[in-house]
Design a protein around this ligand. Structure first.
Ligand code: SF4
Length: 426
């Protein structure tokens, strides 16, 4: 009988990695936090990354920008702090709508050891209480791209007010439409009030205390989890709300914390759960029996592997994750049948060797690895697309399954049209 993967020995690798940096999170965070501004203290490379990642969006009043560190800053010939203070003063004078300003560190600011936490303190003294200035690092030296959100939310936690009220806190930046679905389900189950981190506006920021029970909606929030525990809040351990099963288990864990029976959850979710199962089944016909390999990238790999193996009939060969947090991922590992390699960290060449040896039907990986693997005849799914697409809770469960089915359908169609070409690639 399967006992899950929680006790499976983890293959730990430390070597060259292939991931985007934490600045990428600004793309979805600035949409969510409507009176925040993200000021990247970085080089032109950082500015280009943000502009190209956000390239399709045009704002009358953008909510992120880059304070460019010029060569003289990098050489230590200028006082970067003075320039930063001037830049911030100019920005805030022009934009009275900004209530939270995040100074976002980058590789260049880390290399010259610019102390952004002191800068944030100094600038909060000057511009507070109207504007709260916080800082976090999105540097690519040590972070993977979803850690940007984790670092941002973790930086907010110490500044949040205190409360003794028993409240549910949802943690993780969800698209508004998805967050509204979750709040509606929780209200029908009988749970209120519910607070969100991040809130849409600084004025709605939650308060934290020993009776705050928090449920994570994203599996990459390890530092935020630790910061909330330090404030005395209590974590609701549960699988993440992906797929019909994951969403139901997540809701039941939250309900149990508030003394609500699982039968009540079953009654409330019957219709949306049935819709989700039907939508998943439509995509699962393509996924059934297919073998999947996860390169470590988004930190969503473990919950997605659970969803794909249990609800879509896939077989996981290797589940790689940049970081494995037992508190966050344990309930997921319990549900994944023993068999796949569980790996943490990356040594990209060794891992590519394992992909080539296994020749999976689908490899989930970063953009930089996808094209070479496709050229070798392997189907791939870009991990970053999974973060940018709404995939949580019941109404998006079918879309989540379809994201994995699409590359397999595309390859099947290409093979039908160009059988000789596909054989040559393989
Ligand atoms: S933070 Fe580092 S990895 Fe990210 S864009 Fe800037 S220089 Fe590149």
């Amino acid at each position: 009988m399967s006992t899950g993967c929680r006790e499976t020995p983890v293959l730990k690798e430390r070597g060259q990695r292939e991931v985007f940096c934490g600045l990428t999170g600004i793309i979805w965070l600035h949409r969510k936090m409507q009176d925040a501004f993200f000021l990247v203290v970085g080089s032109r490379t950082c500015a280009h990354l943000l502009q190209s990642a956000a390239g399709v969006m045009i704002f009358a009043e953008p909510r992120f920008g880059t304070a460019i560190l010029e060569e003289k800053d990098l050489a230590g010939m200028a006082d970067a702090n003075e320039e930063l203070d001037r830049e911030v003063a100019r920005l805030l004078a022009r934009r009275p709508d900004i209530k939270q300003l995040f100074l976002v560190g980058s590789c260049p600011s880390e290399v010259i050891k610019l102390d952004l936490s002191r800068a944030a303190e100094r600038l909060s003294g000057i511009h507070g209480p109207n504007v709260r200035v916080l800082n976090y690092s999105g540097s690519g030296i040590e972070t993977t791209f979803t850690q940007g959100e984790d670092a941002c939310l973790a930086s907010m936690v110490p500044a949040l007010p205190a409360t003794d009220a028993k409240e549910l806190l949802l943690v993780g930046a969800l698209p508004d439409v998805v967050e509204d679905q979750a709040l509606d389900l929780l209200a029908q189950i009988g749970i209120s009030p519910v607070r969100c981190l991040p809130a849409k506006r600084a004025a709605f920021d939650p308060a934290i205390g020993p009776n705050t029970h928090f449920a994570l909606t994203q599996p990459f929030l390890g530092d935020t989890h630790a910061a909330l525990i330090r404030r005395g809040a209590q974590h609701i351990a549960a699988p993440f709300p992906f797929g019909a099963e994951g969403t139901t288990l997540w809701l039941k864990a939250v309900a149990a914390t508030f003394g609500i029976a699982p039968e009540k959850v079953d009654q409330v979710v019957a219709a949306p759960r049935a819709r989700a199962e039907k939508a998943i089944a439509a995509a699962a016909s393509t996924l059934q029996g297919k073998r999947i390999f996860f390169m470590p990238d988004s930190q969503l790999e473990i919950p997605f592997a659970r969803f794909l193996t249990r609800e879509c009939g896939m077989e996981a060969i290797e589940i790689g994750t940049p970081y494995l947090h037992a508190d966050l991922h344990g309930p997921e590992l319990d549900l994944i049948a023993a068999g796949p390699v569980i790996s943490e960290g990356q040594d990209v060449d060794l891992q590519l060797d394992r992909v080539r040896a296994a020749r999976p039907d689908l490899t989930v990986c970063g953009l930089g690895l996808a094209n070479p693997l496709e050229a070798e005849g392997l189907s791939t799914k870009w991990a970053i697309e999974l973060v940018f697409t709404p995939v949580h809770f019941y109404e998006q469960a079918g879309d989540l399954a379809a994201l994995f089915a699409r590359p397999l359908r595309r390859r099947a169609a290409l093979t039908r049209q160009h059988p000789n070409m596909m054989e040559a690639a393989e």
